[in-house]
Design a protein around this ligand. Structure first.
Ligand SMILES: *[C@@H]1O[C@H](CO)[C@@H](O)[C@H](O)[C@H]1NC(C)=O
Ligand SMILES: *[C@@H]1O[C@H](CO)[C@@H](O)[C@H](O)[C@H]1NC(C)=O
Ligand SMILES: *[C@@H]1O[C@H](CO)[C@@H](O)[C@H](O)[C@H]1NC(C)=O
Ligand SMILES: *[C@@H]1O[C@H](CO)[C@@H](O)[C@H](O)[C@H]1NC(C)=O
Ligand SMILES: *[C@@H]1O[C@H](CO)[C@@H](O)[C@H](O)[C@H]1NC(C)=O
Ligand SMILES: *[C@@H]1O[C@H](CO)[C@@H](O)[C@H](O)[C@H]1NC(C)=O
Ligand SMILES: *[C@@H]1O[C@H](CO)[C@@H](O)[C@H](O)[C@H]1NC(C)=O
Ligand SMILES: *[C@@H]1O[C@H](CO)[C@@H](O)[C@H](O)[C@H]1NC(C)=O
Ligand SMILES: *[C@@H]1O[C@H](CO)[C@@H](O)[C@H](O)[C@H]1NC(C)=O
Length: 720
């Protein structure tokens, strides 16, 4: 039995995984939240959500800034605060996600007139005191240059903001019908209750990396020792306490007209105002009932403590030996673990698209990222949550026809390459999670990806399936009249579809569908059809010394050409390599990097690449010459693939350079977008010394950063 399989059986057979136990005695217990720093990845394009949330929570409270990146609300890099909002994603690409219905506080309006306050987001934004920022699980605090201090916590669908104003204030808090990327569509509404100050309303927005639109509802209440003075609505730069209802259009130039409501308070000895904001995709009624039931009495301490308790419980299964370990190493590790549970988000009860008793998870942002280590990590660490996620994915397919490759805000996200939910389902199936998952439906869902081309494969499934079945590769400039999507990425799609088919084959084996298994195993070898044996790779006129690379191929069998270094980290041509229609044949990465993406047929790949020594040299070249970019997910597995050439020590050595050189416990400490916790899971699993080859019952072992790592998995739901 190869060592990797031995380890897996440990995972399945016992409730306690102990990696590299020099001393088999249990690792000591301690408060693990002291080592969680939510600010890691909140600067330098990490786009991490650093605010207050529960595990997988829908309400995510933070200060929003006007940064240029796709920040998860707050970017810790200077900039200005534009408001305080309750919905966010973590590690977003595309455009900034959510950030709907922000509140904004004023200690006083100029001239003591409501029109003396500034309402539009672009004008009202304000600097904050950098040293005032505090972030802990379930808590975020900041002080604005105006002297207003704001701290916040969250329940599942409700945020609680505590605004502390300087003495002598007559505070005004506005609520703006906007979002982070100004995507609001027509006819947003707000009503302000004159006697209570309660604000309710809704607006329709567009998702940040997907198609369609979503409607979100809110319910905001205010509680303060200070008496309410007046309330009303604003449009553009003008406000009035005489009007309490507003329906506002999008303006003709595309930028949504500023509009919303406000409530103003009299001066009081204690100028603390609590704002409770419930959100819902169903109705304002549901937003209000969430708020009323989740944070009944505006008790900040109790809400905060409940969040701490939930995070403590979530982190309970994992401990590492702290012997000889710096706090910064522990912070790097546990913060990575924490980020795997910020996204996806549990929207059960909030899905208006179909009715079902199944759980509903959202903010799979995107599965192309999370299949590689985030979901495999959670499969060990929080299998109950993974079961719900998989049931939700299968239910989504049941009602919308297709498994997503990406999903956010009740909308379809864009596919980046393959149908990568297949890899996730296979991974979870192979690792033995069964409880409540309808695996027949799961198998039918992945098989549909492999067999049926959707009309719009930008959003789901795969394109070019006719070629895939008949030519056995995705040709460059494919002739595809059955479905539509960006006709690029023929190499990376070929490699990813081959792996997706392998994932399906393994499920078929498990379900005793032998004929299917053989069919998909055969198709999983299609990657070989794009390997051009005599292809060389030049860099600035010099041969890199390796022969044999993937190349694009036309449907008539003639080779095309793409420089193997194009779209690599050292390609300075400035070309766009994402979903643009000029992006080329590899997605967000080069042929150099994609040459290693045959995770299921490594021995054949190694033979193609010239044997174990040449293969090792190629991996060295990839890492040593900066071709790879560890800030994007295709790089993850290449760190560990030395194992397949019999050189596991080199995998350990690579891990030790990337962590902490590229992953360090600071706001700017991530090399790229966290992608919903993908980077967090890379750090967690690499430091544990247990990295998955995702979609297979294989873990690649490296030397852990700790003397011992202990995970108490829930063995009751694992089938041995
Ligand atoms: C903050 O806002 C001010 C005023 O609009 C602007 O000049 C400044 O560039 C902003 N800061 C950042 C870092 O964006
Ligand atoms: C504000 O007033 C309160 C009560 O009068 C007092 O305790 C507090 O010190 C004052 N704060 C400031 C910043 O002056
Ligand atoms: C917005 O409201 C206006 C006025 O009531 C109506 O004419 C229009 O059809 C509405 N637009 C949408 C998209 O609902
Ligand atoms: C809430 O209050 C209790 C009792 O005063 C205190 O022990 C606890 O630390 C507080 N919790 C938080 C999160 O502040
Ligand atoms: C597959 O077949 C084996 C051997 O006949 C049997 O033990 C197993 O239970 C079957 N699995 C399923 C899912 O039917
Ligand atoms: C190419 O090779 C020449 C001669 O060995 C060397 O001087 C030059 O630095 C190399 N260029 C690059 C880009 O590596
Ligand atoms: C195959 O198609 C490509 C692209 O249209 C073309 O350049 C090439 O000449 C064709 N090869 C043959 C053998 O017809
Ligand atoms: C393997 O590497 C050796 C030495 O660099 C080279 O001579 C040989 O051609 C390579 N083989 C392949 C298939 O690339
Ligand atoms: C590697 O590439 C990055 C750009 O992605 C650059 O910032 C960095 O300096 C490069 N490192 C080396 C050693 O060339």
């Amino acid at each position: 039995m190869p060592p990797y399989q031995l380890l897996l059986s440990l995972v399945l057979a016992s409730s306690h995984v102990l990696v590299n136990a020099a001393d088999p005695s249990p690792v000591e217990d301690y408060d693990v939240l002291q080592y969680v720093d939510p600010l890691i990845g909140s600067a330098n394009g990490g786009n991490v959500f650093p605010g207050a949330t529960l595990p997988y929570g829908m309400a995510k409270a933070v200060a929003d800034t006007d940064s240029e990146s796709n920040q998860g609300g707050f970017a810790y890099e200077g900039g200005n605060v534009t408001g305080f909002s309750s919905m966010h994603d973590s590690g977003t690409g595309g455009s900034p996600s959510l950030g709907n219905f922000p509140l904004f506080p004023y200690a006083k309006c100029a001239g003591d007139e409501v029109n003396g306050c500034v309402y539009p987001k672009k004008q009202r934004k304000i600097k904050y005191k950098p040293d005032s920022v505090q972030a802990h699980p379930g808590y975020f605090a900041i002080e604005l240059a105006s002297g207003v201090r704001v701290d916040m916590t969250a329940a599942q669908h409700t945020s609680l903001f505590r605004f502390q104003f300087p003495n002598g204030s007559s505070p005004l808090i506005l609520l703006d019908l906007t979002d982070l990327s100004d995507s609001r569509q027509d006819n947003a509404t707000i009503s302000v209750d004159e006697s209570t100050g309660r604000m309710t309303g809704d607006a329709r927005f567009t998702p940040s990396f997907g198609s369609g639109s979503y409607t979100l509802y809110f319910c905001a209440d205010f509680e303060s020792p200070a008496l309410k003075r007046d309330s009303g609505i604003f449009v553009n730069s003008r406000a009035s306490a005489d009007v309490h209802d507003l329906k506002i259009s999008r303006s003709i130039n595309g930028y949504p007209l500023p509009g919303g409501g406000f409530v103003r308070f009299k001066s009081a000895p204690d100028n603390t105002i609590l704002a409770r904001v419930g959100v819902s995709f169903v109705s304002t009624k549901q937003a209000c009932s969430h708020a009323e039931s989740e944070i009944k009495d505006f008790n900040f301490n109790a809400t905060h403590q409940a969040a701490i308790d939930q995070w403590t419980e979530k982190m309970r299964p994992i401990r590492v030996s702290r012997t000889g370990i710096d706090n910064s190493v522990l912070t790097n590790f546990f913060s990575g673990v924490y980020r795997t549970m910020v996204n996806p988000q549990d929207y059960t009860g909030e899905n208006v698209l179909w009715s079902s008793n199944e759980p509903y998870f959202d903010s799979f942002y995107c599965l192309w990222d999370s299949f590689r280590s985030q979901i495999p990590f959670l499969t060990i660490f929080d299998p109950n949550a993974v079961i719900k996620m998989v049931r939700s994915l299968i239910d989504t397919q049941r009602h919308l026809g297709w498994l997503p490759d990406c999903r956010m805000s009740l909308c379809k996200g864009y596919t980046q390459g393959g149908s990568n939910a297949d890899n996730i389902l296979a991974d979870v199936y192979l690792k033995g999670l069964r409880d409540g998952i309808d695996w027949d439906a799961g198998y039918a869902a992945v098989q549909k990806d492999a067999e049926e081309e959707p009309y719009d494969w930008s959003n789901e499934g795969r394109g070019g399936l006719r070629s895939w079945k008949n030519l056995h590769y995705i040709p460059v400039e494919d002739f595809d009249y059955e479905g539509f999507g960006t006709m690029t990425r023929s190499i990376s799609r070929t490699l990813e579809y081959a792996y997706n088919d392998f994932a399906i084959a393994q499920m078929a084996r498990g379900l005793n569908k032998t004929a299917d298994a053989e069919r998909y195993e055969k198709r999983s070898r299609n990657w070989r059809n794009l390997f051009k044996k005599d292809q060389t790779s030049l860099w600035k006129g010099n041969d890199t010394g390796f022969t044999g690379f993937f190349q694009p191929k036309y449907s008539n069998g003639t080779w095309g050409y793409q420089d193997p270094l194009a779209c690599s980290n050292i390609d300075m041509s400035g070309r766009a390599c994402s979903l643009q229609n000029t992006a080329g044949e590899t997605f967000e990465s080069s042929i150099w990097e994609y040459q290693f993406f045959v995770p299921h047929d490594m021995s054949t790949l190694i033979t193609h690449l010239g044997g174990p020594t040449n293969f090792t040299n190629r991996l060295d070249h990839l890492h040593d010459t900066n071709i790879t970019y560890i800030g994007n997910e295709p790089a993850f597995l290449t760190v560990f693939q030395y194992h397949y050439a019999g050189r596991p020590a080199k995998s350990t050595s690579r891990v030790r350079t990337y962590i902490p050189d590229y992953f360090s416990p600071t706001p700017a400490g991530l090399p790229g977008n966290d992608d919903s916790g993908a980077m967090g899971s890379f750090v967690a699993m690499a430091m544990m010394g247990l990295f998955p080859n995702p979609g297979q019952s294989v873990y690649l072992l490296t030397v852990p950063f700790f003397e011992a790592v202990s995970i108490d998995a829930l063995s009751s739901i694992l089938v041995v």
